[in-house]
Every structure is written in C-alpha cells, then in structure tokens.
Write a protein of this length. Structure first.
Length: 438
C-alpha cells in the first residue's frame, strides 16, 4: 500500500517535469475524482452531541434552539393533533407515593356526644376509642376532632301551649341569648295554627334577636274543657232515643257519637310543619357550621301538613339535628316516659323525643321556670362540646339510599348519642386522599 502510493507520486512528478521542459509534449492523463463518501458524515463531531437533524439531512424535525437534542420527532399528520395538558411531574423523592388514584366518593361527617351513667359529658376520648359502622361495616376514620363548631340555630317556639306553660316560657326567654356565643347565628320561628318566621339568621348577641324574642311572647291558649253532661253537651232525646230532635239553642254537632263515644275536636299543634320550615332555612346556611333546630314546646303534634317521616328524611339529608326543652306535663317523669315509649293503640302526644332520637339530638324536660332557663345553657354546651368523626364511605356514590350509622366507644358504662343514619348528597362528594388521622 505504501509502495503503490510512492510510485504514483513519482510518476506524477515526472509528467509535470516533461511538460515544463517540452510544452509541445504529450498531455498528462486526467485522474477522475473519487466518489462522495456514503457512510457517516465527514466533519467535526462534538463529543456528546450525537447525530442532529442537520447531520442526517432531515429538515422536517424541529430544531433545538440551543443546538442540542431536538425537542420532538418529525411531525406527521397523526402527530399534529393536540395531545392535551402535560402530565403531572412529581418532585424528586416522592417515588410511587406521588401517583395516587383519586376516586369520587362521599365524605360522611358524624358528630356525637358521650355521657356517663349520671348523664355527665365525657371528655378526653381519642380516635382510638371510637368505632364507626355504616350498614354494619366498620369504617376507616379520616377525621377526628374535638374542636367546637360555630352554630346555626333555628329556634322554634310553641305558641299553642296553655297560658300557664306559656308564661313560664315567656319569663325564661331572656336567658336564651346567654347560651350562645357571638360566633353563632340564630333565626326564630313560632307556630300556633301554622309556622311563621319571626326573623332570618342574625347574630346571637344582637339587639335584633333580643327584640324578636320579646315580640314572640304571647299569652297562650286557654285549656279546653268539654262538658258532656249538661244540656249543651248532648242533644235532646225523646222517648228514650226513639225520637230525637236538636235544640236550636245548641250546636248541631253536640252529641254526635260513634258507638256511644263522644267525638271531641282536637287542638291544632303544627310542630311538624314548624320543624320543616326551620330545617328549610338551615339547609341554606354555609358549610362548616353545626346546624341545630332548638324547639321549646310540650311536644304535641296535630294538624300538620308534613308527615313525621318526611321531615326526618329531610333533616338527615341536610345534616340537621333537633334539640329541645320540654315543658308542661310531658316534662314530668311518669308522663314523659309514657310519651317516649309510645304505648300501642295510643296517640303520640309528644313527638319531640322521636325527632331528637332520629337526628342525633337530645332534649331536656323541665317543669319549672328555673329549669327551663338552665336547660338553654345545658343544651348549648352539649352541642358545642361534641366529638366529630369523618370517613369516606364505601357505598356507591350518591345512590339515594338510606345508610345506617352506629358509633361505639370502647369504654364501659358510657352512652353515645349520634344520628341513626343519613342520606347521601352531592354536596358531600369530594376526591379521596385527604387523611387527617395520624
């Protein structure tokens, strides 16, 4: 290889010398150019740069602005479509924890109260002491707090009570504002033959609430006594009842009976309608507040358009609890006990305990005025010191079905007061992944 290259050089030099000495001599033989290289491009190569679109002769790919690696491959008709937003790029060190599957589900919040065998509030519980069951399945707690919540209270005052019970309530209303804090808001409803809103939500310590409570004082009703023995109690019968006529000086309905039982008209006490009206106003309040209906009544119900089951469903759907102060005969131990157990074939004269039991609330029966005044602060303290747990339910997302709840505390001789169930709503839906229990 070296000898051939040397001989070629000597021959070329000899030809040039002959031409110079003899201009008319023979012409030198022309050597054709070598073909262009077909392999890798010839030229300086930057270490680490690799091949570039320019080196490959491909001008369709996007050029890197700084001369580095191109940002994308050559575009084609299929690649010109929009790829959407870029994926989430986690920060360093997170590893697989950054890629969490998030699904839409319902977050269930359950406030509850714990009392001992002497009906005293039990403080100091931790989340390890609590078990929550939904549809008999234990739930994983994602929230546990003992922090107090601001209250949104719809106060419902019964004006259909007798004048003696109404006088006790009127004299005790001045102590009501002292049970609330400036962070609470209160609306006032009254009912007699129907509910009426006296004021929308206002500050619990405002002068407006004080004026509305003063305006809500009424004398009440006179107790009705039906005389079934005198001439106005029965119609006049002739010949032992074979012939009868009605005295024009008496009411034609007097003496109307079925199987010998006197039909006595009943007083109207629209408690169901009043609670539904208060619950409708509470459902519009902001989230993050405890929604409470506080009823001051003897608990009687008759003549409402709304049914008890319908009202309870509405309250449990909107996370509203019913508390109350029982006055009158229903607050007495024996009579109140008979009203609460609801004897078979007997009318329910007191439905307030049933509302409290179904919604996770409570009530306090007081017969005297002093007891009514202290019951306001007692109920408010119970609401403000509740425990609150939360979890993400495993049930289908907003199927509209009722779901039972049970809260248990792993300590003996304690009573847990909590709602018996709930209906799911879209307002409670949120993505999972937020864990508050450590």
């Amino acid at each position: 290889m070296h000898d051939g290259w040397t001989a070629g050089v000597d021959a070329g030099a000899a030809g040039c010398a002959a031409t110079a000495d003899d201009p008319d001599g023979p012409k030198p033989q022309t050597i054709p150019d070598a073909p262009n290289p077909q392999g890798l491009p010839v030229g300086p190569v930057t270490p680490g740069a690799g091949t570039t679109p320019e080196s490959n002769g491909d001008n369709s790919a996007a050029r890197a602005q700084d001369g580095g690696v191109p940002s994308r491959l050559p575009e084609s008709a299929a690649q010109k479509q929009d790829d959407g937003p870029p994926p989430e790029i986690p920060t360093g060190g997170q590893g697989p924890d950054a890629f969490t599957l998030r699904v839409q589900t319902n977050f269930v919040e359950v406030p509850f109260t714990v009392k001992d065998n002497k009906q005293r509030l039990v403080p100091g519980l931790t989340w390890r002491d609590v078990r929550v069951y939904e549809n008999n399945l234990r739930q994983k707690l994602d929230l546990f707090t003992v922090d107090p919540f601001p209250l949104s209270v719809a106060l419902v005052i019964d004006q259909s009570m007798t004048y003696d019970n109404m006088a006790k309530v009127n004299n005790s209303l001045s102590a009501l504002q002292g049970a609330f804090t400036p962070y609470d808001e209160v609306s006032v409803f009254t009912y007699n033959n129907g509910p009426k809103m006296q004021t929308d939500f206002t500050g619990a310590q405002s002068a407006r609430l004080e004026a509305v409570l003063e305006r809500s004082k009424v004398t009440g009703r006179e107790p009705i006594y039906y005389d079934t023995t005198g001439p106005l109690g029965q119609n006049i019968n002739i010949n032992g009842g074979q012939d009868s006529h009605t005295d024009p000086n008496t009411n034609a309905t007097h003496g109307t009976s079925i199987l010998g039982i006197q039909n006595v008209p009943r007083d109207v006490h629209t408690l169901n309608d009043a609670i539904l009206a208060a619950g409708t106003a509470l459902s519009k309040t902001k989230t993050g507040r405890r929604r409470i209906i506080y009823v001051i009544s003897d608990g009687r119900e008759y003549g409402s358009t709304a049914k008890f089951s319908q009202v309870v469903k509405y309250l449990n759907t909107n996370k509203i609890a019913v508390y109350g102060t029982l006055v009158g005969d229903s607050s007495l131990p024996v009579i109140g006990f008979l009203d609460r157990i609801h004897l078979p074939l007997q009318m329910r004269d007191n439905i307030l305990p049933a509302y409290a039991n179904a919604t996770g609330g409570n009530f306090d029966g007081e017969f005297r005025q002093k007891g009514i005044e202290t019951s306001f602060a007692k109920i408010a303290e119970e609401v403000r010191t509740q425990y609150t747990v939360g979890y993400y339910t495993h049930e289908p997302f907003i199927d509209g079905k009722y779901r039972t709840l049970e809260v248990k505390v792993l300590r003996p001789n304690l009573t847990v007061i909590a709602k018996k169930g709930y209906y799911p709503t879209a307002a409670d839906s949120r993505p999972t992944g937020v864990v508050s229990v450590k």
